[in-house]
Design a protein around this ligand. Sequence first.
Ligand SMILES: Nc1ncnc2c1ncn2[C@@H]1O[C@H](COP(=O)(O)OP(=O)(O)OP(=O)(O)O)[C@@H](O)[C@H]1O
Length: 247
Amino acid sequence: MFTIDRVDKSYPEGGLFASKRKQVLSGISFDWRPGECLGIIGESGSGKSTLGRLLLGIEKPDRGSLLWEGRRIEERTTRLGSISAVFQDYSSSINPFYTVEQALMEPLKLHNEPRRGLHDKIDRLLRQVGLDPSYRSKYSHELSGGEAQRVCIARAVSTEPRCILLDEAISSLDGSVQVQILDLLIRLRTLYRMGYIFITHDIQAAAYICDRVMIMRAGRIEEIVPVERLKDVESPYARKLLSMIIA
Ligand SMILES: Nc1ncnc2c1ncn2[C@@H]1O[C@H](COP(=O)(O)OP(=O)(O)OP(=O)(O)O)[C@@H](O)[C@H]1O
């Protein structure tokens, strides 16, 4: 279980040395249950990506705690093998001087995977994300957007984490490629028995892949609903947000 308890986050407003602070997240509390796909949706600026960075332990909260099975997510040892990430900008996620093979090796080496068997593992990962093993020698500029994002997904699953956080991971892709990547994520979830935290402004994508959806508004949680009850959300804001998109 990943337990987020009364998390607040603010940033200096008007430069690093400004005394005024902008409150970006306030009183965020929820649980991520092992194996589930939890969607986080909300308007631009509602704090989704900030929350994502806290969930990945990249940034620390001002107050509150983020505990992965009782251990602080800010600790590197907690994160290893627990949570990994796929971001929107696949082109800058892969080092342009690395081949696909080198990009996939990086997390495996950090994870101290034995060298023996790495070659086969990379072939297997490429196949699992729908790429031919011959892609191992390609550079990122030789890949389409969908292919590059498949490599990023292969890299995220390579260490077999319990959870992958996807921050707008399909937003930069064309419509048909978006569906292919969502279907790939659904398949991998079963294969690796893992779950996702799926940050998006695309409610249809969230409805396609998620079990529960958390609706954020101005740094607060407005509502958390099972996806099959999305149409019955209670808060007026969530209703308005959904009606704008579903209509
Ligand atoms: N490092 C930072 N320093 C200062 N302000 C920040 C920082 N990161 C985020 N913010 C501010 O926090 C607010 C929430 O931003 P965030 O990116 O988390 O929202 P979001 O819901 O992910 O938006 P979008 O959907 O547009 O990506 C914004 O007003 C943003 O300007």
